[in-house]
Design a protein around this ligand. Structure first.
Ligand SMILES: Nc1nc2c(ncn2[C@@H]2O[C@H](COP(=O)(O)OP(=O)(O)OP(=O)(O)O)[C@@H](O)[C@H]2O)c(=O)[nH]1
Ligand SMILES: [Mg+2]
Length: 457
């Protein structure tokens, strides 16, 4: 049997949040409303070769009555799980106790139990009936203490839970980071011996998945940069006058294509990280500035000083005057001599938007054209906006339903955190891109920006 875990407990204790966090997918319904989950829902988690199931269940509603039903007749310990099966087979019980029937069904079909409680609420004996029912199932089990708003009652909970569950762990469903997630998976592997081998491989599968998502993000960014920087909008018309009057239309079409292409890349990123529920237009994932609000370009991309420094270096390197290995982390801080910056003043002058052109065609008629974008800052702006979304998505726990916080997205700062060796190829590649030259392995060059400079093993 594929390892399966049924997440059970009182209503509104974070069961669905645990499922969402472990599934790394936000399509699990989580809400403040008690009784949000009404039927059990099974999520198949496939990670490389590893496969397991997480089952979200409704909360216990009438555990004392259910326990009373189970205890109606004397049952020895070895017969208790049969008694729970009898409960599930009894039509009247299913009618009377739909929530308990829903949550017990996957357990009796072989799932292990993850029992979730909240340490911000005091322990009370009212929980004993449901814990006793779970014990009757005879299935492997673990208790998770979820500190929804505080850890005030952790000790009392531990005292009580240890009497019913072999393993008791603290797991914050909404704040848990990746290490805590991985530690929990490691604990799963010890829960039920026949599953231990397949569950042990889960940990490396999760790490591999994270690396895969990072690499895929670099590829999305590289495609986006290539597409936006190289794009041209053209149209043929019979005469020059028509070509001229077409220019504003062409420009609007050009901008609209670019904006859509950027949106598409951001959508792909969101899908890649399985944050399907986040609506970008009403969360802080919204890029409040329009892509062509060029006033903001220095804030997103490189500022004037950085641009001058990078321009000087990229220009000098193109002319073979400067060995790029000097481009260390201090580069963007403007510690370069005035000479280098001065020499790039002309280069800064090239800081214009895409040009419009009219061209007479050999067989008669005219072609109006806009693009490609030669502005040197443009690739940095695109990259900064993409990284802004990326940084929020890749660190975000999938159980979170609050809005996102905004911090500094300036790409220059992110670049400065990398070593000189890592920065250098990025400047070079983006410079070649805005000069419309071929760039090899752009995705690979960008990788340190997506992995925070850490090269995964
Ligand atoms: N701050 C914080 N909030 C949490 C945590 N766990 C759950 N919540 C919140 O508590 C509420 C209930 O969470 P759910 O995961 O829907 O709980 P549930 O047990 O599945 O609830 P039902 O399906 O209604 O039984 C939601 O508003 C969650 O965002 C936590 O660890 N920290
Ligand atoms: Mg729920």
């Amino acid at each position: 049997m594929i390892p399966a875990f049924a997440v059970v407990g009182h209503p509104n204790k974070g069961k669905s949040s645990v499922v969402s966090t472990l599934a790394r997918d936000d399509r699990v319904a989580v809400s403040m409303q008690s009784g949000t989950t009404q039927v059990s829902e099974s999520f198949d988690i496939h990670l490389g070769e590893a496969h397991y199931k997480l089952i979200d269940t409704p909360g216990f509603q009438r555990p004392r009555k259910v326990l009373a039903w189970l205890q109606q007749q004397p049952v020895s310990a070895d017969q208790r799980s049969e008694r729970v099966k009898a409960f599930l087979q009894d039509e009247a019980c299913r009618q009377q106790f739909p929530d308990e029937s829903e949550l017990l069904a996957p357990i009796m079909a072989g799932a292990a139990i993850l029992y979730v409680v909240d340490s911000s609420r005091p322990y009370s004996p009212e929980y004993e009936a449901e814990m006793e029912i779970l014990r009757w199932t005879g299935q492997p089990s673990m208790a998770l203490i979820n500190p929804i708003t505080s850890r005030d009652y952790i000790d009392n909970w531990q005292q009580a839970l240890q009497q019913f569950f072999r393993t008791v762990r603290i797991f914050d469903a909404v704040q848990a980071d990746l290490n805590q997630h991985i530690e929990l998976l490691q604990a799963f592997a010890h829960l039920h011996q026949p599953w231990s081998e397949s569950l042990s491989s889960l940990v490396s599968a999760v790490q591999a998945e994270i690396h895969r998502q990072q690499l895929q993000s670099c590829k999305l960014a590289a495609h986006l940069l290539e597409d936006l920087v190289r794009y041209q909008q053209r149209q043929k018309v019979p005469d020059e006058k028509q070509a001229k009057s077409l220019q504003p239309v062409l420009q609007a079409a050009y901008y609209s294509w670019m904006r859509k292409r950027e949106q598409k890349a951001h959508d792909e990123l969101q899908t890649l990280y399985r944050h399907h529920q986040l609506q970008r237009d009403n969360t802080e994932l919204t890029l409040s500035d329009d892509l062509f609000d060029t006033e903001k370009w220095y804030a997103w991309g490189l500022n004037r000083k950085q641009l001058a420094a990078v321009g000087g270096i990229a220009g000098a390197a193109a002319g073979g005057m400067l060995d790029l290995t000097v481009a260390g982390s201090s580069l963007l801080l403007g510690t370069l001599g005035g000479g280098a910056i001065g020499s790039s003043a002309a280069w800064l002058g090239a800081n214009k938007l895409a040009k419009q052109k009219l061209k007479g065609l050999p067989l008669g008629g005219f072609e109006a054209r806009i693009g490609p974008m030669k502005n040197r800052n443009f690739p940095y702006v695109i990259l900064a906006r993409f990284l802004f979304i990326y940084k929020r998505l890749n660190q975000r726990n999938h159980a979170r339903r609050d809005t996102l916080s905004v911090d500094d997205a300036q790409v220059g700062k992110l670049l400065e955190q990398l070593s000189g060796q890592q920065q250098k190829p990025i400047y070079k590649a983006l410079d070649r891109l805005s000069r419309q030259k071929d760039v090899t392995n752009l995705a690979e060059v960008l990788e340190p920006l997506f992995t925070d400079g850490q090269i995964p093993d």
